[in-house]
Every structure is written in C-alpha cells, then in structure tokens.
Design a protein around this ligand. Structure first.
Ligand code: NAD
Ligand code: UD1
Length: 339
C-alpha cells in the first residue's frame, strides 16, 4: 500500500518512513529539502534494506504534485512538510502561513482531484494555547496561541475539519505531538537542527559534544516540582509508531484527533540529569530569566490514542537521552551533504 509522506526526509517523517517500511507499507517521500538532506534516504536504506522513492517537490506547487498522484495509486497522505520554528514564525509570519496553510490547501486540492481522501496531519500541543489546565485533552477548546507557527497549525486543523464536514467521505486524522525528542536507536537517524537549536534536547546534546559551553535554563521560579519548566517529552520512535497505528483509521471517514505524548511531565533539570547520565558527564548549566512566551508546565492525556489506536508511548526519558546522545556522537555535524 502506497503512502505519500510529505516532509519525509525531516526528523519525524524519516523515522515514520522507517516504521512504514517495517510495517509493510510503501512510503513515497515528497520533500523540497528546505530543512533536510537527501542522505537521509541512504540511512533509511541502511536501517530497512529499502530505499523509498523520493521526489524533490514543493507542496505549494501543484505542477510538482500532480504527476506524483497521477503515477501512483496512493492510499493515504501523511503530511509532515512545513516550517516549525516558533521564534522565526514571529519574525516571518507570512512565510509560515504560506508554507503551512497555503501549502496544505494546495496539497488537499490535488488530493481531491485524484480522489485520495485520507490524510494524517502533524499538529502540535501548541494549539491548546496557554489557558487550559494539564493534562491537555483533545476536547479542550483550542486557541489563545502566542505565535504564528501555532496559529498556522490551528488554521490547518480548521481547514481539515471543514473539508471533512463538506465532503464526508474524507478521513482526517489530526495528531497533536507534545515534545518530540530522541533518535533512532541505531544512531543513524536523528534531529539535525540548522544553526543554534532553540529546543532543549538538541541544545543539551550540543553542550555535551562541546559546541556550547553551558545550557541556559530559562526560569527556575515556575510553580513546578523544582522551579524549571515541565514538558511531556515523547520519543520520536514512539511518535513514528503512532502514525502507523493511525493508518488503521483509514477506512473510517470522519475527523479523528489524538494527542501523542507520554502522559506525564519532566522538568528541565530532570532532562539535564538524564542526559548527564547518558553521556557520562555533568552538563554545565546556568539559571537565566524565563523565556518570553513559555508556559510553566503542560503534558498530555494520551488515553484516547491508547483506547482507539491501541497506541501508547513506551520509551522513558533515559532512553530518549541515550538515543539522542548516540546520534549526536555518531553524527557530530548532522547528516552529510552526500553519502
Ligand atoms: P522537519 O523540519 O525536520 O521536517 C519537515 C520537512 O518538511 C523537512 O524535511 C523540510 O525540508 C520539508 N519541507 C518544508 N517545507 C516544504 C515544502 N514547502 N514542500 C515540501 N517539503 C517541505 O520537522 P519535524 O520536526 O520532522 O516536524 C514535522 C512536522 O511535525 C511539522 O509539520 C511540524 O510542524 C510538526 N511538529 C513538530 C514538532 C517538533 O517538535 N519537531 C512538534 C509538533 C509538531
Ligand atoms: C517548543 C515550541 C512548541 C513546539 C515544541 C516542539 C515554543 C514557545 N514552543 O516548545 O511550539 O511544539 O517546541 O518541541 O518555542 N529550555 C531551556 N533552555 C533551552 C531550551 C529550552 O531551559 O536552551 C526549556 C524551556 O524553557 C522549556 C523546556 O526547556 O521549559 C522545553 O523547551 P523546548 O524544547 O523549546 O520546547 P517547548 O518550549 O515546549
């Protein structure tokens, strides 16, 4: 069964493509290489023994997409492609709305034309905004979002729900990821941030490898267990499996929304401690003021995914730290340009 994976060379898309192959699906990857490298394909091959078909194509461009749909009998689309840096989205909102919202609408239009009515969409816990108490449940109202990236996810969710209402044959699955971290246990695939990472785990990894002198911890006066921010970290391998589980909803039209998270929170200091253990050295850190726009703590209620998709996160924080560190050590400068 052919599954079109947009953004399939990226962090979550590459891990999902491996799981798809392992589950017997045929992923077809579409990516414009904006935030990824072609060498990911060889890594997928090294892990699975199969190299997925790849099209260098832009989701905003119908002339890129149509021949792919014309040539293949595509059963469903897993849609990862997009821009994801929160801070950048505040500075370049139109770029975020263009790629994430207009790009998705373009993709949906082409899907409609070729009667492919099944989509799984990468959304984010950011759509819950900063007013809901944890654990976040899928039925909470969304909104009160503080940045254009988050609003772009909110808007795409709305487009998908409206489309499904108008054309009931559609099957729409919206997956709201919490904080994806970790890497493939082989050390062959992982997160490859461009420039200085904004997110916690990749920054700690780069401190451990010596690229930065210390970690800045943004706030130790939050009303949390140790004063530092609390998040629901979920291993990218678990997330990838979540997409394979979501494919089982394919034959059920409707809109299905699921949180993908561990269902519990860890503080920044707990992440630092797990990583220090994984890499065998103390991660140096300094306490800094809070980061603008941060929420003290949030985590998921992931029981709906467990009940309906038979999915549950298995990896613990220690595994996430170990796998991130293995990837970082084996690939200190990320993926090579060519392999
Ligand atoms: P990523 O940047 O590693 O992967 C996205 C991929 O999409 C990249 O390979 C990039 O080259 C490609 N892409 C970007 N614009 C494109 C375009 N116009 N046409 C075709 N391809 C394009 O990001 P990721 O971490 O793997 O995230 C995947 C999805 O999950 C994104 O939609 C992101 O918003 C969402 N998400 C990510 C996180 C996270 O923390 N990583 C959390 C919640 C949601
Ligand atoms: C961020 C995004 C969110 C996205 C998520 C994906 C913001 C406001 N939100 O969430 O939309 O879905 O990434 O993983 O950017 N921290 C430090 N020092 C650092 C980096 C982070 O102390 O150098 C702290 C943060 O204050 C926070 C925790 O670590 O308490 C996690 O931060 P981060 O990895 O950036 O994720 P989020 O802020 O949850």
């Amino acid at each position: 069964m052919k599954i079109l994976v947009t953004g399939g060379l990226g962090y979550i898309g590459s891990h999902t493509s491996v799981k798809l192959i392992e589950a017997g699906y045929t992923p077809i990857i579409v990516d414009n290489l904006y935030n990824s490298k072609k060498s990911v394909l060889k890594r997928i091959n090294e892990i699975t023994g199969q190299q997925p078909l790849f099209y260098e194509a832009d989701i905003r461009n119908k002339t890129d997409l149509k021949p792919i749909f014309a040539q293949h009998d595509i059963e469903a689309v897993i849609h990862f492609a997009g821009l994801k840096a929160v801070g950048e989205s505040v500075k370049k909102p139109l770029a975020y709305y263009e790629v994430n919202v207009y790009g998705t609408i373009t993709l949906l239009d082409v899907m409609s034309e070729y009667q492919v009515n099944n989509i799984i969409f990468s959304s984010s816990a950011t759509v819950y905004g900063d007013k809901n108490p944890s654990p976040f449940i899928e039925s909470y109202p969304t909104g009160n979002i503080t940045n254009p990236y988050g609003w772009s996810k909110f808007m795409v969710e709305q487009c998908l729900m409206d489309l499904q209402k108008a054309e009931p044959e559609w099957s729409v699955t919206i997956l709201r990821y919490f904080n994806p971290v970790g890497a493939h246990p082989s050390g062959l695939m992982g997160e490859d941030p461009q420039g200085v990472p904004n997110n916690l785990m990749p920054y700690i990894s780069q401190v451990a490898i010596g690229k930065h002198g210390f970690l800045s911890i943004y706030g130790n006066d939050y009303p949390t267990k140790d004063g530092t921010g609390v998040r629901d970290y979920v291993h990218v391998e678990d997330l990838a499996t979540g997409h394979v589980c979501a494919l089982q909803k394919l034959n059920q039209s409707g809109t299905h929304i699921y949180n993908l998270g561990n269902g519990s929170g860890n503080s920044v200091l707990e992440v630092v401690s797990a990583f220090s253990k994984a890499c065998g050295q103390q991660i140096p850190y300094k306490m800094m003021p809070r980061r603008a726009g941060d929420i003290a703590a949030f985590w998921s209620d992931a029981s709906k995914a467990q009940k309906e998709l038979n999915w549950q996160a298995h990896y613990q924080l220690e595994d996430m730290a170990k796998d991130s560190w293995r990837w970082q050590q084996k690939n200190p400068t990320g993926y090579p340009d060519e392999e």
